[in-house]
Design a protein around this ligand. Structure first.
Ligand code: DC
Length: 228
């Protein structure tokens, strides 16, 4: 049964460990809004790449951010929220390796994080939200009712991301995917501002050996506990 009390659910964790799959399942089941915070950093990165912004220059970054408008729009056909950058649907292009190679650097910039976090907090103001990312339970919503931290074995994570990217680009190699994941995990967990870390009150879900149904069942159980 879906509890009537609305809460904030945060899902943080390493790259490609199934956060967004679980977040989407959970949001659907609870009739909550799902927000993919990584998509926002990816969209900003796409804008910087396309417009040749030198992101080592704070002046250029601040100026560029003033020209970026991000919003999520629900697509009835895919039954998913999609990322729009200045009114353009970029949901698919932001998943490219070209963006993935630079996104951790861009997400390390203070001005970029302030820009994204302010919008994320607004989205959660009315609760009833599942948001996934790296700093959602630690920085964006430190008082969230339910914080989940997801992990999975490295080899499984590489396989999953490879399968996903291979469908779009058959030239991609498993080595490229592995290197990208390792690099992002390193930068995301070692950066100065809001590094990826498990919140003290987060509950760990290791989904290496879980089916999608099993992980959803676990998460729903946690939601019910928090709402009870
Ligand atoms: O979840 P993802 O792989 O789409 O995220 C892309 C990048 O964005 C990830 O390498 C780190 C960054 N990110 C972040 O720093 N903070 C978040 N809340 C979400 C993502």
């Amino acid at each position: 049964m879906v509890p009537s009390k609305k809460i904030i659910v945060t899902i943080d964790g390493w790259s490609s460990c199934g956060k967004s799959t679980l977040a989407k399942q959970l949001a659907k089941e609870l009739n909550y809004v799902y927000i993919d915070s990584g998509a926002m950093y990816r969209a900003v990165t796409l804008y910087f790449l396309r417009n040749h912004i030198d992101w080592t220059s704070p002046v250029q970054v601040v100026e560029a951010l003033q020209n970026i408008h991000l919003d999520f729009r629900f697509n009835e056909q895919s039954a998913q929220s999609e990322m729009f950058l200045n009114d353009e649907n970029v949901e698919y292009v932001i998943r490219d390796l070209v963006v993935a190679e630079k996104v951790s650097d861009v997400a390390s910039i203070k001005e970029v994080r302030d820009f994204a976090v302010a919008q994320q907090r607004k989205m959660g103001a009315r609760k009833g939200i599942v948001m996934d990312g790296r700093d959602i339970g630690t920085v964006v919503f430190p008082h969230a009712e339910l914080k989940i931290f997801m992990t999975a074995d490295n080899a499984i994570r590489v396989q999953r991301r490879f399968k996903e990217l291979f469908q779009k680009n058959p030239n991609i190699s498993i080595e490229e995917v592995k290197n990208n994941l390792e690099m992002r995990d390193y930068i995301d967990s070692h950066r100065e501002i809001s590094p990826l870390r498990q919140a003290d009150d987060a509950i760990v879900i290791d989904n290496t050996h879980l089916t999608m149904e099993q992980q959803l069942h676990k998460a729903l159980h946690l939601v019910n506990e928090k709402c009870g």
